[in-house]
Design a protein around this ligand. Structure first.
Ligand code: PMP
Length: 419
């Protein structure tokens, strides 16, 4: 039962005229300052093999940048492509290349074949574990690719549901996965789920898993959780070309000014190279070289991530503390306690997420729109709110988390009043 004093507390909070933004998972200024050294001039723009990074060329990336990402991804450099500033852009282009040209080994099967109604992807579908990352879903929506929700369980996507869907429907060409510290639930994929995904029998011979390893190094606890390599599992399962892995330094160095990578089988790397060479004469090798010189090696990157953790952990602790003191024991209310990544998934009783977000906004607290973690922005239960504690200061986060908890309690009490 909610104490009616929450309404008064909430009214008092509104009086404070707050202006807090917890809508996007952006690194805070103190986190960006950790990599200030990157801004220094490159004294020598020659790569290890003599390549002049100031000039054109190298669509697969500088060898040392590929080697660095290879060491972070536990893969040989030859299977890694380093390109551009955004892994999301690489995911977008992967899908667009597949729509335009078909995937590796299936050149005569463009994913766009048979599409109608003006949307290039309307004849195909993607599986979307939910809750998931809104920008993945935006790519599909923009291209007209039908999205099918798959429940995300504690160990990853529900394999039974996935197996049944892909076995029968050849129009299902792809699946989104954020295998570690998923956005927004913090889910860590279990070993049997990784194996199961690699072994899936799919009606579509050109099925691809877009494995977005955005939070691979982004631990919030002492324990560095490991998820087995999907690429290795796919190779063992006889489906070597099924997996395409993505990562970036957006939340290691600078968000939007880091470097991004794609990793895949040799056939997929060759496929990517053939299409990306049409799009560009080469990536920004100056930024790649700067990153290699600054980040050095895996041990150094892990040290940097420890420093990010030191800044982020107290913010996540503040959310946990506020939520547990305000919301513990409330029926239908729960929230994730992530071991890494950038988000907390607050689960409200069904039908109250939108109302809670609207109430929080009235108190000057901006949250990601309710429903954003679902395809088409539609949470069938209207129950998930994504909390992004990274950007505001610790004091602001504490206040904002308290405000969100109060807003949820007010939403619950409104419902009780209407019964
Ligand atoms: N994938 C996930 C799961 C993310 O949460 C984000 C950033 N919020 C991105 C990708 C974006 O990565 P990038 O900056 O490399 O495009």
């Amino acid at each position: 039962m909610i104490d009616q004093s929450v309404v008064a507390d909430f009214a008092a909070l509104k009086q404070r005229g707050l202006k807090l933004d917890m809508s996007r998972g952006k690194p805070a200024p103190e986190q960006l300052a950790l990599s200030a050294g990157l801004l220094g001039a490159l004294e020598d723009a020659r790569a290890a093999d003599g390549t002049d990074a100031r000039n054109y060329g190298g669509v697969l990336g500088l060898p040392e940048a590929r080697a660095l990402f290879g060491s972070l991804l536990d893969l040989p450099a030859s299977q890694v492509v380093v390109d551009g500033n955004s892994s999301l852009a690489l995911m977008h282009d992967t899908i667009v290349f597949a729509l335009l040209y078909g995937v590796a080994g299936h050149p005569n099967a463009r994913w766009s074949a048979g599409s109608s109604g003006g949307a290039v992807g309307s004849s195909i579908a993607f599986l979307c574990p939910v809750p998931g990352y809104d920008r993945h879903f935006s790519i599909c929506e923009a291209l007209g690719i039908r999205m099918i929700n798959v429940p995300l369980t504690a160990g990853g996507p529900d394999l039974e549901v996935v197996s049944r869907l892909v076995a029968d429907d050849p129009s299902i060409k792809g699946m989104w996965c954020v295998p570690k510290y998923s956005n927004p639930s913090g889910t860590i994929y279990a070993e049997d789920v990784v194996r199961g995904l690699a072994e899936l029998r799919t009606a579509a011979p050109d099925f691809r898993i877009l494995w977005d390893d955005a939070y691979r190094m982004h631990h919030l606890t002492e324990r560095k959780h490991e998820v087995p390599s999907l690429l290795d599992a796919c190779t063992r399962a006889g489906n070597p070309d099924r997996a395409i892995v993505f990562a970036s330094t957006s939340k290691i160095t600078f968000a939007g000014a880091g470097v991004a990578a794609l990793a895949a089988s040799p056939a997929n790397v060759a496929w990517w190279q053939s299409h990306v060479s049409v799009r560009t004469i080469g990536a920004d090798k100056i930024n790649q070289l700067r990153h290699v010189r600054y980040l050095r090696d895996r041990a150094h990157v892990e040290g940097l991530m420890d420093r990010h953790r030191a800044l982020l952990k107290p913010k996540f602790d503040a959310v946990e503390q506020e939520f547990s003191s305000q919301l513990s024991g409330l029926s239908g209310v729960s929230w994730s306690r992530p071991h890494g990544g950038y988000f907390v998934d607050l689960v409200t009783p069904p039908g109250l997420a939108k109302r809670t977000v609207a109430l929080a906004q009235e108190a000057g607290i901006t949250l990601t729109p309710a429903g954003a973690a679902f395809p088409y922005g539609k949470d069938p239960d209207d129950a998930h709110i994504r909390i992004a504690p990274s950007f505001p200061s610790l004091d602001e986060i504490t206040l904002a988390a308290r405000g969100v908890a109060l807003a949820l309690k007010v939403a619950i009490s409104e419902r009780v009043a209407h019964v």
